[in-house]
Design a protein around this ligand. Structure first.
Ligand SMILES: Cc1ncc(COP(=O)(O)O)c(C=O)c1O
Length: 346
């Protein structure tokens, strides 16, 4: 249980629904979504599809469900999916792909989630003899493992052409896609360049639950079937779709999270020489900062010191502490965060 005055920087999934969001939930128009009769869900699916240039959308319970349904749609068992070695779809979905679609992943070179096009071409070429058929490329934007890096939209376009030339499908794990789109101010027509895309209402956008899966009408029709098979068919789900609708309408506010993150990053850089225990500080332009320590003992001690002063942060790869900014961190908290980091790492 997190104490009320705790500043929680572990993830952007820890946000609580706002009063306005709760008001929307209470007012939501609902119906049985299994009959396609929930007006709030229907409106949300159509709105999101139009927003990103797709034919149709499907409201699913989580990013994992959206990603896994995409794999089920685009692949056959035994085939390969090209992705980066540290992608969420490969590493952090509890092995769901080996259990459900029964594909295997092939990693290619990447920098901060941007797939290397030469390596992609070579990998496709090499797959022609003695290798499984490659059916899909999956890109994660923003890229979680590197600290929320943006995969530039122009890169998405060129990888899309490459995939098309080779008759491969392209999926975007866009759990945090709005961070990229709003920052780059482009990428609203993703539907032209990829076959499917998932984004989450519960990461940074502030909804308690829900993700959107987007694709062609046929893809979404099949996805509805897969969602049901996975036990994800829902009923009067306008209750939660109304929270998601509120969240997506407030998406521009994500840019405040970037401002808050940049503020902390700049302040830490200014007092860099005081932060004796921290080896490196990384900021990749959205809502996360990574602090690198020499070893796990130092990073664990640092986390304990933060917690004593009511700040929680997350540990990545043992020696890397992650700070994630989100809507529930107020501007007034920022100097306190910087001061506490300074105190705990000198
Ligand atoms: C990049 C990325 N993709 C997919 C997911 C899965 O989302 P969920 O936790 O809603 O299943 C996450 C969750 O953190 C994520 O960061």
């Amino acid at each position: 249980m997190i104490e009320l005055n705790m500043i929680d920087l572990r993830s952007d999934t820890v946000t609580k629904p706002s009063k306005e969001m709760l008001d929307e939930i209470v007012k939501a128009q609902v119906g049985d979504d299994e009959y396609g009769e929930d007006p709030t869900v229907n409106e949300l699916e159509e709105f999101c599809a139009e927003l990103l240039g797709f034919e149709a959308g499907l409201f699913v319970s989580s990013g994992t469900m959206g990603n896994q349904i995409s794999l089920l749609n685009h692949t056959n068992p035994g085939e390969e999916v090209i992705t980066s070695s540290d992608s969420h779809i490969k590493n952090y979905e509890h092995g769901a792909s080996s259990f459900l679609s029964r594909i295997q992943f092939r990693d290619i070179k990447n920098i901060d989630g941007v797939l290397d096009e030469d390596d992609l071409k070579q990998t496709i070429e090499d797959s022609k003899i003695h290798k499984p058929k490659i059916s899909l490329v999956s890109i994660e934007n923003t890229h979680l493992a590197s600290g929320g890096s943006i995969v530039p939209f122009d890169k998405i376009k060129s990888i899309s052409s490459l995939a098309k030339e080779s008759e491969l499908k392209l999926h975007i794990d866009g759990a945090r896609i709005w961070h990229a789109i709003l920052e780059e101010k482009k990428g609203y027509d993703y539907g032209k360049y990829c076959d499917s895309l998932t984004f989450c209402f519960s990461k940074g956008l502030g909804a308690p639950i829900g993700s959107m899966l987007l694709g062609t009408n046929e893809f979404i029709e099949n996805s509805r079937e897969y969602r049901k098979k996975l036990g994800g068919g829902m009923r009067q789900v306008g209750i939660i779709a109304s929270a998601a609708k509120h969240a997506i309408n407030k998406r521009e506010e994500l840019l405040h999270d970037h401002e808050k993150t940049l503020y902390i990053y700049k302040k830490l850089t200014e007092i860099r020489e005081k932060l004796k225990l921290i080896d490196e500080i990384e900021y990749k332009g959205t809502n996360m900062i990574f602090l690198f320590f020499k070893d796990i003992t130092l990073s664990n001690n640092f986390l304990k010191k933060l917690e004593k002063r009511n700040i929680k942060a997350g540990l990545i790869k043992k020696n890397i502490v992650r700070l994630v900014l989100h809507k529930d961190i107020n501007k007034e908290d920022l100097d306190n965060i910087v001061e506490t980091i300074s105190h705990s790492s000198s």
